[in-house]
Design a binder for this molecule. Structure first.
Ligand SMILES: Nc1nc2c(c(=O)[nH]1)N[C@H]1C(S)=C(S)[C@@H](COP(=O)(O)OP(=O)(O)OC[C@H]3O[C@@H](n4cnc5c(=O)[nH]c(N)nc54)[C@H](O)[C@@H]3O)O[C@H]1N2
Ligand SMILES: Nc1nc2c(c(=O)[nH]1)N[C@H]1C(S)=C(S)[C@@H](COP(=O)(O)OP(=O)(O)OC[C@H]3O[C@@H](n4cnc5c(=O)[nH]c(N)nc54)[C@H](O)[C@@H]3O)O[C@H]1N2
Ligand code: SF4
Ligand SMILES: [Mo]
Length: 743
């Protein structure tokens, strides 16, 4: 229903691209201007829920600092230029580097917004393939790579991620996640607060394990502090308890599971008494949690970024799903279930129930020898690959929607390394902390100007669904969509001239792909997809050949993009269904309860069990009005109290001589230090301090007028880029030992 009084106003429905909740928005436009943004009540998935970030889409669209033309370096300055000149410069500079130093000399990074823009996601993959460099880096190794690796090892694909079926769950154990602030992650669940309330109203319980008594803990039934990085011990002791007390019950999955005996043997020494001190949780509490999980018919363990960004990240993810499996809660209503996405899900393709599984370590990083995981190397190793001379040294970088100067540990060292590159391109909508190092910046469209479909999050949804959005506003005629810029880069790294016709190239690539996928039917399929192009065409192909699709006529009632576009609020595909027998893609056709890589890594945790506690452990946090490193330039979100503060327990503060509001110096070692104001909080576990990431907008050369007014401190200027989970390559961002003193 239109809310505006203006007769010329139009109403548009748009999925919010700002976080993983994927809320449906209702946007009123008049005279080419956004008049209002509110939750779309009729959206079957989000039912009207939104948070303040969605309203700030207007600020983002109108932000005068948002780039609308390419930028090119002239001396120390970046200046506006034409698209033609920008592409020509890239070809002129990049092609000789590849010719002289080889493909590995060009590195790619891709950041978080690419998960929310299908043009970026699909065409970044094409660029990586065309370039053929080993130096591919992404935000995944600052985030969820342990979850993806564990899911791949146990269930066979990198996106076979089990998510809580909250609508039917009666006991939810949450570790290292704060969905009340983050709105959920690796679990697309708009309005967590409402769903948690509904769950508790019908008698369900939520228990939170976190070194901070978070906003989520406040709405839960119980909260237990845990010493940072100790989740592996808590989880192993819970698994041990299940075995020791005869509480293991796999149910119908028993005959579909390998490795239960190996799992039992592996955790045998992890009695709750052995780990209680390291966890900061009493042995009796650990046992009680295991018993409650086993005794509740519909229950689920959910762990998120706090359990990933630590040195035992993959082990923790493994034990989380081991608990779900051993208590009969995997693939069961109310437990941890596998969404069935309408498009792009590897666990809906090919032969059901068996597959190639996943492999890692097909190559290693040149300097530190870290294994490739999901085709990537750890983000924290990019700096040394730029700094270290020799064959294979990184000489050029293409950064796509990625701001590692703020978002990766050791940011200032990376910034210095970027200045040593021969050439750098950023695809970014701002001239910011990272793109200021580029020789060419190619901007993208505003989200309101683009077609949208959530490739990744439909695979992680608490309910099966298909939704897409048309552009709300027309794209300016002189701007190029990002998929076309990426296609241009594909051509350039293949040695083609900068003025190549990217639309023709896209057509040619599709024809090749269809030949492979559809054989004799390739021409008919291509005709059925016409006249769509680019990402929309690939989406139509994926939907129609997907599990609900029309199969290009084989299932005439099935889904097509045209059908989806005719449903303004999308299509509800119902509650999650048990589907693991069909969804498995492991070579054995079984759930691997004890992956060899995890078994081999577990002794490392045992060896560290008695490591001394540091004076202070530094952890991160998220707040509703902030989003990683790039939404601090939007006035609506930037106003209000200072957000980049160091939370500290009052007793700790008193001990080191800090009072509310006083500047604290946080030191890793030597001159690795930052300063942030203290905010006293009883919600902090003593010995643990918390600072949000993504701040530090005071670097010269950036063009962020609003953010620069209150820059905050860069947490990643102090964190240690040498710490990572050896299995997944994920950075350690939590529980890092620091000193805190008055500044
Ligand atoms: N210490 C610490 N560090 C962390 C984390 C933490 O918890 N603690 N969290 C980590 C996590 S989970 C993540 S995902 C990463 C995120 O880190 P990044 O992957 O670097 O992502 P953002 O910080 O969101 O920065 C996004 C960049 O993309 C640009 N951008 C925004 N929209 C668009 C667009 O539409 N097109 C293009 N081309 N560019 C766009 C922005 O201007 C910005 O430069 O940070 C990680 N860093
Ligand atoms: N408003 C807002 N929303 C966001 C983002 C944002 O920046 N702002 N970022 C988005 C992104 S990219 C992501 S990946 C998601 C992340 O979504 P979440 O995983 O929900 O992230 P956080 O809110 O940081 O919650 C992580 C929690 O882990 C706790 N923690 C830290 N160390 C440990 C530990 O060792 N053990 C345990 N058990 N807990 C620990 C922290 O105290 C914190 O409460 O959020 C997304 N949503
Ligand atoms: S919760 Fe996330 S998806 Fe929903 S409105 Fe807020 S930012 Fe957008
Ligand atoms: Mo993330």
């Amino acid at each position: 229903m239109p809310h505006s009084h203006s007769p010329t106003a139009t109403t548009h429905y748009r999925i919010c691209p700002l976080c993983e909740a994927c809320c449906g928005l209702e946007i009123q436009v008049d005279g080419g201007q956004v008049q209002s943004i509110r939750g779309a009540e009729a959206d079957p998935f989000s039912q009207g829920y939104i948070c303040p970030k969605a309203v700030a889409l207007k600020d983002l669209h109108e932000d005068p600092d948002r780039l609308r033309t390419p930028m090119i370096r002239r001396g120390v300055n970046l200046e506006p230029t034409t698209w033609g000149k920008a592409y020509a410069e890239i070809a002129k500079r990049l092609q000789p580097i590849i010719a002289q130093h080889g493909r590995d000399a060009v590195a790619l990074t891709v950041g978080n917004p690419a998960a929310h823009k299908m043009g970026l996601m699909l065409y970044f993959a094409k660029l990586a393939r065309a370039l053929g460099s080993k130096n591919i880096y992404s935000a995944s190794t600052l985030d969820q790579m342990p979850k993806q690796l564990q899911s791949g090892l146990m269930f066979g694909t990198w996106m076979s991620v089990a998510v809580p079926d909250i609508a039917r769950c009666d006991f939810l154990l949450v570790l290292g996640a704060n969905p009340l602030a983050s709105n959920g992650s690796m679990w697309t669940v708009p309005d967590f607060r409402g769903k948690a309330r509904a769950m508790r109203q019908r008698g369900g319980q939520i228990v939170v394990i976190d070194p901070r008594r978070t906003e989520t803990a406040e709405v839960a039934d119980a909260h237990h502090f845990i010493r940072p990085g100790a989740d592996v011990y808590l989880l192993a002791a819970m698994v041990q308890t299940l075995f020791a007390e005869g509480l293991v019950h796999l149910g119908r999955l028993a005959e579909l599971t390998n490795g239960v005996d190996e799992l039992r043997a592996a955790v045998q020494a992890y009695a709750p008494e052995a780990v209680a001190e390291r966890c900061g949780i009493a042995a009796g509490t650990i046992r009680a949690l295991a018993r409650q999980l086993a005794a509740t018919e519909r229950a689920c363990v959910y762990g998120r970024i706090g359990t990933c960004t630590q040195t035992f990240g993959t082990l923790a993810q493994w034990l989380i799903d081991a608990l779900n499996l051993l208590t009969g809660h995997l693939d069961e209503p109310g437990g941890a279930m596998f969404p069935k996405a309408p498009a792009f899900a590897a666990n809906t393709l090919g032969k059901p129930g068996v597959g190639k599984g996943i492999v890692t370590g097909r190559h290693r990083s040149r300097v530190s020898g870290a294994p490739e995981v999901l085709g990537e190397l750890p983000m924290t190793l990019l700096t040394e690959e730029i700094e270290t001379p020799g064959p294979g040294q990184v000489k050029a970088l293409i950064a796509v929607a990625s701001n590692p100067v703020l978002s990766a540990p050791g940011g200032p060292r990376l910034a210095k390394a970027l200045d040593g590159l021969d050439f750098m391109v950023s695809l970014d909508i701002y001239l910011n902390e990272t793109s200021r190092h580029a020789d060419v910046i190619l901007p993208g469209l505003s989200p309101l100007e683009e077609f949208h479909y959530d490739m990744a999050f439909a695979q992680l949804s608490h309910r099966n669904q298909a939704r897409c959005s048309a552009p709300v506003l027309p794209a300016p005629e002189d701007q190029v969509p990002e998929w076309q810029s990426l296609m241009k880069l594909v051509a350039i790294v293949q040695g083609q001239p900068a003025d190549v016709d990217v639309l023709a190239l896209d057509d040619a690539q599709l024809a090749q792909d269809l030949q492979r996928l559809a054989g004799d039917n390739a021409a008919a399929v291509a005709a059925a997809l016409a006249p769509r192009r680019g990402p929309e065409r690939l989406l139509d192909l994926a939907l129609r050949s997907g599990p609900y699709g029309d199969g290009f006529g084989r299932q005439p009632e099935g889904l097509t993009l045209a059908q989806l576009q005719a449903a303004p609020h999308g299509i509800d595909l119902g509650p999650l269904q048990p589907r693991l027998a069909e969804a498995l893609r492991t070579p054995s056709g079984k759930i691997e309860a004890a992956p060899a890589a995890c078994l081999a890594d577990l002794p490392r945790a045992w060896a560290a069990l008695h490591d001394a506690a540091p004076a202070f452990s530094l952890i991160g946090r998220r707040e509703v009005r902030s989003n990683n490193s790039w939404m601090h330039n939007l006035p609506l979100l930037a106003k209000g109290p200072e957000r980049c503060t160091l939370l500290m327990h009052p007793a700790d503060a008193q001990r080191v001589g800090l009072a509310e509001g006083a500047p604290a110096r946080i030191t890793l070692k030597g001159d690795r230090q930052i300063t942030a104001p203290v905010h006293l909080s009883e919600a902090m576990m003593p010995g643990v301090v918390s600072l949000p990431h993504g701040w530090g907008h005071d670097l010269p050369g950036a063009q962020l007028g609003v953010a620069a007014l209150r820059p905050g401190a860069n947490l990643n200027a102090v964190l240690d880029e040498t710490l990572r989970d050896p299995l997944s390559g994920n950075a350690v961002l939590s529980g890092v030992a620091v000193q805190v003193a008055p500044a």
